[in-house]
Structures are given as structure tokens and as C-alpha cells.
Design a protein around this ligand. Sequence first.
Ligand code: WTA
Length: 644
Amino acid sequence: MLESNLEALLNENREFAPQETFRKSAVIQSDAIYDQGHNHLAFWEEQANTLNWFSPWEKTLEWNAPHAKWFVDGKLNASYNCLDRHLSDWHRNKAALVFEGENGDSRVLTYQDLHREVCKFANVLKANGVEKGDRVTIYLPMIPEAVISMLACARIGAPHSVVFGGFSYDSLRDRVIDAQAKAIITSDGSFRRGNTIPLKDNADAALEGVDCVNHVFVIQRTHQPVQMKEGRDLWYHEEMQKASSVCPAEPMDAEDMLFILYTSGTTGKPKGVVHTTGGYMVGVSSTHRMVFDLKEEDVYWCTADVGWVTGHSYIVYGPLANGATVVMYEGSPDYPQRDRFWEIVEKYRVSILYTAPTAIRTFMKWGPQYPQSRDLSSLRLLGTVGEPINPEAWMWYYKYIGGERCPIVDTWWQTETGMIMMTPLPGITSLKPGSCTTPFPGVKIEVVDSNGQSVPKGSGGYLAIKEPWPAMLRGVYGDNERFEKTYFGNWPGVYFPGDGAKWDKDGYFWIMGRVDDVINVSGHRIGTMEVESALVDHPSVAEAACIGKHHEIKGQALAAFVTLKEGIEVSPHFVNILKKHVAQKIGALARPDDIFFTAELPKTRSGKIMRRLLRDIAEGRAIGDTTTLSDVSVINMLKASYQE
Ligand code: WTA
């Protein structure tokens, strides 16, 4: 984060107390909830009692740090909790999913409809040899079948691994292999701003030479031509026609794996974050209810993609467990026009909107005329997630989208935490623009120094989660050592999220961003090592170093410093070649904004790349705006001034 932004953040002193009308009918109206949270086991037990269990748990928590078991020996099923339990009364006819396609087509699935589709697809999976414990990779656009697929897997106890549809076939392949997936669910293609992306072709390329996958289920979305491989590939619509709609939900142990979700870390290889059934469902359903102040008649829209954890927890499992009406939108915010989000809010009378700061900054740039041309009076609560929100964007969101009447919940959490960990409770928390306020009840987070000791209020340090929480990751798939080292290696029994933070005099938290080699581009986590590996994979590249530089809309953007192999001429067209290469290796989201060529990378005497110097160069502080740094003396000169 730029120093000037940091200053602005720390000098922020606006405060918004809950409005009386909101507080009076809020789900949580009293601070007493935090006292209850202090007795953390009793608090989480009470939350767990709101779910349906096939058999009760014997013990709430078994904590052999860093390994946690929650609701030991309890049996339940996530799909049962999201569907079946809503069918016994009028809720069966309540809209579960309200789908808006990019082209304006729409579909509404009631809880009964969704249950039927999920049961049928669960039977399709079973009929094709997918068994409890088998991993299934889902590579789909934002269409109802993505939710149906996830819940069908959960129903039969097959952990899913959803891979964001924007990832390349290489990324897909790595994730399929790491999870040893037995089946893939994909579609012919996906729509993106009027174009199509060939998902099935990508899946075919990803599967070349991979032998763990027996079947590929293909959903028709774009109707573009695809090749179906005899014996392996099956059309979803054909299989569904044959399937029965009766499929009892498999009783799962609370600690059985619900899903794997890959996320970037500090090494070149993404890690498969493992979440289990009981604690995760307890965490996401209770946070969803309290943080979003969920009421029966709400129309809830989370704009994330199901390929990310926000989609898992707050499009699928949390809201559906709570019987909410969930809006799902397939496309981008500017298709066909820049008012598409607001058109959707108006059309479905959305009351709760959950989106990312990067989107808000984009809307800000486009100007208030787009939201102003639509009726947004149905909105009553706003949320943000994924990256720090700068106070100016917060104020804009508050004013132009929320009409100064909607509280904003700035929610801090991670793929690994599974559920929201820090957030206002909108009926009781005074909001400060730019702060995610305080930990959720039953969650213990502090700001600590490098020894893991709490720093005094008013100072900064590292975030540390001091007690286990129900939705915490249970491991890194197939790599326990990485799990223990990455998250619990700093301070025994204390979880380190990788973020820096400050708490102020009132105990409010201000997130300062990642302190490791992970950068946050438009709310997406990207490991600099991953991009570096993709760059050196190009035959002309000798060495590469990536850093995150400040970007007004994206929060951070990727800049890469590259040295070419001996004898290879630096030429401007290499910039595009290398950008394209990274997009092909990882996905468009990892495409660097800038590539600088340098004859050597600045390193310390011990061989560490001097990333601070690179950041200063990329942000134009060290030597002004330049794309080629091939003169070694420039780097050496700069290096000298940095080594003091
Ligand atoms: C960042 C997304 C500031 C943080 C749910 C974290 C945030 C990473 C916030 C996790 C927030 C998320 N304020 N920073 N409200 N929410 N982050 O795994 O750096 O994709 O470590 O999970 O995003 O990203 P992930």
C-alpha cells in the first residue's frame, strides 16, 4: 500500500453508528452476543444447533494444535441442510436461485426445483462410478448447474474442487492431478462480454496424459461445437433425462471432507485448502445470518464467482443453509452496459448486495450516473470482501449505492478461514470507513509482534488468530507439512493469516495487506512465485521477479522484472509475448500489467531479490518511467543506495 494511502487510512476518523430503524429490527440487536462469544465452545454449540444433524456430536472441539476436530462424531449432510430441510413447509416454493444470464435469459429455481436437480445429478454421478470420498473437479461458468454440481457432490459425499472458469488448462490440469479427481464437470463454453470461452476444449487439453479422470460431464451453455470422447465424455442433459429424482443424502461425519479449494501461496504451487462438513456449515450459516442480517423476505446477491471461496461460502453453503433467495449473475458488470449491476438490483429488488472493493472503485470511475438511473431503493444492506477498501470508495458505496441508509459490512476472511472472521454486526456496530471493525463473536484475533505477543492498541503488527474456529481449514491436501509450516509455523498453536494489520484505540482492525509474497489483484490472490515460474517457463527467459504495485482500481497490479537468456535481444514485442505466455500458463487474471527487462535482478549479498527496490522502480519512484533497465549500472547504482 502506498504511504499516502496508509496515512489516509490511519487518519480516518469518520464513524457511523447504526441507524435506529435498522437496529430495531436487526437479527442481532445487543452487544450481549460478544459476551456469549467469549465462551467460545458454548457459543459455537448454540450455532451448531441451528443445523440438522442425523446424529449429534459427542464433543464440541478436539484441539491438538494445529489439528482441530469440531463436533466430533456428529453426522450431517451439507446438501440436506441446504435443501431437504426447507421442503417440509412453504419454503419448498421459495425461490432458492434466481439466475440472470449474461444475455438476459433468466431462470428461477425454487428449493423444490433445486432439490430435484441435485438429487438427479447425484444419481448421475453415482451411476457413473463416483463414490463417497472420490474427488470431482468442477470447471464451470456462473450458471445454476455449478451450484447443482456442488450440492450433488456434497449429497453423495464426493468432495468437490471447483476451479475458476478463468483459469487456463495448465492450471486446471495441475489441480486435477493434485486432487486425483475421478470426474470433471464442465460446459461446452462460457459467455464473457458477448464472446465465448471454450471450457470443454480447455478441459480436453488439461486431461491430455492424465489418467485419474474416468468421466467428463458436459453441460450445454453456449452450444458451441465440442468433441466428445467416446466412453469418457457424457452430456449432462442426456444423463439427467435417465436419472431418478430420489437420492437420500449420505450421512457424513462432521470431519469428512466437503471440498478442496486451491489458493495461491508463497511457493510456485497453489495449495489445496481442505474444508470439512460440520464446522464449515456451522461457520458459514451463522455468519451469513448475523453479518447480513438475513430476513425471510430478503433477496440476497453476492457478486463473486463460485470458483472462489466467497462463492462457496456466501453464494452456496451459507445462504442456502439459511433458506435465502440467492441471485446469481453469469456475466460482467459492464455487459451490455455499465449499469448492468444496477439493472439487476432493480429487476429483482435485491435487498442485500455483497461485492468487492475493486468493483466499487470501477463503478466510481464510471461515475454515479449509472446507479442513479436505476431504482436502488430495495437495498438495505451492503457488504464488501477480498481486499482493503479505501475510505473514499467506502463513502462512495455508502452514498451512491446505499443511499446513506444501508450499513456496510466490511468482512475480512480468507479461503483458509472458510467463514467471515472480522466484520461489523450491522445492528450494533459503529462503522468506520476502511476498517473491518472487530472479530465475529466466538473468534479470537489479535495484532501481534514477530514473537506473537500482542501489541498495544494503537499500534500495528501481524494478524494472529489465537483460537481454533469451526470453519478453519483442516489441512493442505496431501501436504501436512506445508499446512503446519505455512499457517502455524510462526507461533505454536496460533494461526498466521499472512496479513499485516493495525488495531486502533477502540480495538478496531485496519488491514494493511499481505506481508508475504502473495499479492491481491482485484481481490484475487496471486502468488508472485507462480507468475515467476510461468515466466521462466518461457524458453527466452533466464530469471524473473514479480511484485505487486499500487493500482487505483485493482488495488494491486503485477509488475514483472525479467532477464532474458544470453544472446536474446530485448525487444518491445517480448512484452506482449510474455504477458500472453503468463495468461496461457495461469489465466488472464495473472497477466502482468508491466514487464521490465533488466540485465540482472537486484539481489542482496545473501542472494535475496530486493523487492522493495523493484516496487519503487515499478511505481516510478526510483528512476522514473522506464520499460527497459538493461543498463546494469543503473541497477547497481540503485542497489547501492538501498543497501545503506
Ligand atoms: C484479503 C477472500 C482487507 C486479505 C475471502 C486476505 C481483505 C486475503 C479483506 C484472502 C477485507 C480479504 N479487508 N483485506 N475485508 N478480505 N482480504 O483467500 O489479505 O481469496 O488474506 O479470500 O484477502 O483472500 P482469499
